[in-house]
Design a protein around this ligand. Structure first.
Ligand code: USQ
Length: 382
């Protein structure tokens, strides 16, 4: 299969590109390199040192003998998108190329506008390129569990069957997202659904939870293949941040009470899920939605898990309850369905103490790279 990985230099995209390449698919990466510029803007960095995209793909060629094509450019530039689609003619596009941080989108007006323009326009351009150039191509779009928010009823996979005034219909599940970033993915979902209905596009919206972990079979093979891992208050996410904090002796930053419950998955399962979607494409005109996660945890539960492992390792972890910079429920009902990927054959890597230990050890190896001044959350929702 010819697979285009948009956002293929990022935390999920890079390991996905290697995973498909390893399995014999013809892979191309599209990336504007903007994730690296956000590090410069925020004065932050990846815990692990990361090679340039050029070095990454040439190292992969050396290690595996396999070629990955790269297209460096921005999806909001339609000339770039059009030329790339004409040159590569993908059978599937895995679309990660979005601004994916909720706090970044909430910094100020400029960052909110940037996030929504970047994400919504980039996806629209991909939809037009599919329609005009490769109408049979399957769009595998990374959405987010955060599109649903935290309703007081079970969360279904994309759709809810509703009875109203004696009539029944199956409708898109109501969306109550957490941030301007999460809203951008809601807007994407609506645009994609519309083009499935109007143009017969085939699409899968993967509503992914919070991804944790770092290492995959491929990224482990050479230090120039290492993946990035974020620990700062803007791009770092709950579990990975807690492991790195425990390792370097920073209090674990639970926001508020910590009863916020979210859906989580191991990065190795991200790769499996995307592969399952690619190998079992949506039909023409179908807008398919999968909830992509394996377990749900409250933030405090995760901090306690990490603290227990860290203690076992002889560390002295502390859990801090910081004033919550976000506007979100800190105690709520949460029960999200996630059977569709399991039905396709997903074999989950559930959260283990071994994985937490490995992350703490990785952070210890690179502790000199950790800048304490970027750990605190600085963007507020208010
Ligand atoms: N949180 C803390 N302490 C921290 C970091 C986060 O208590 O140090 C809390 C937040 O308040 C929130 C929860 O943990 O309640 C999750 O926050 P997060 O920063 O780990 O993840 P989030 O902002 O939700 O975004 C991440 C990814 C995003 C993806 C989303 C999936 O950055 O791209 O869409 O996870 S989901 O959470 O299901 O919406």
């Amino acid at each position: 299969m010819k697979i285009l990985i948009a956002g293929g230099d990022g935390f999920c995209g890079w390991p996905t590109a290697l995973y498909f390449s390893e399995r014999g698919h013809e892979v191309a990466i599209a990336d504007s390199m903007i994730r690296r510029q956000w590090d410069d803007e925020l004065g932050s960095n990846s815990l692990t040192p990361i090679a340039s995209l050029k070095e990454r793909v040439s190292t992969w060629k050396g290690v595996s003998g396999k070629e990955i094509t790269t297209f460096v450019g921005d999806l909001t530039d339609y000339d770039f998108v059009e030329n790339m689609f004409r040159a590569f003619q993908p059978d599937a596009v895995v679309h990660y190329a979005e601004q994916r941080s909720a706090p970044y989108s909430m910094i100020d007006r400029k960052h909110a506008v940037f996030t929504q323009v970047n994400n919504v326009v980039g996806t629209l351009n991909v939809l037009y390129a599919i329609k005009e150039i490769v109408p049979d191509c399957h769009l595998i779009k990374l959405g987010t569990m955060g599109e649903y928010g935290t309703p007081n009823i079970d969360i279904e996979e994309g759709y809810l069957t509703v009875e109203h005034n004696g009539r029944q219909d199956t409708l898109p599940y109501p969306k109550q997202p957490f941030s301007f970033y999460h809203l951008s993915k809601v807007h994407d979902s609506h645009n994609i659904m519309f083009t499935c209905r109007s143009w017969g596009i085939r699409a899968t919206d993967l509503n992914q939870g919070v991804v944790y972990g770092l290492w995959t079979d491929e990224t482990k093979q050479h230090e120039k293949l290492y993946n990035r891992i974020d620990y700062d208050g803007v791009f770092g996410t709950a579990l990975n941040r807690f492991c790195i904090q425990a390792s370097v002796g920073h209090p674990l930053t639970v926001y508020g009470k910590g009863g916020q419950t979210r859906a989580f998955l191991d990065i190795r399962d991200t790769l499996q899920c995307v592969e399952l979607a690619a190998l079992n494409p949506a039909d023409r005109g179908e807008f398919r939605v999968f909830n992509q996660f394996t377990e749900q945890f409250s933030v405090l539960e995760l901090a306690e898990r990490v603290a227990a492992v860290a203690k076992d390792m002889g560390l002295n972890p502390e859990i801090a309850h910081l004033e919550n910079p976000r506007v979100e429920k800190e105690q709520h009902y949460y029960n999200a369905k996630h059977t569709k990927l399991m039905d396709l054959g997903l074999k989950p890597h559930l959260l283990s103490d071994d994985l937490i230990r490995e992350l703490i050890e990785t952070a210890d190896r690179y502790k000199d790279r950790v800048d304490f001044s970027v750990i605190a959350p600085n963007a507020t929702w208010r």
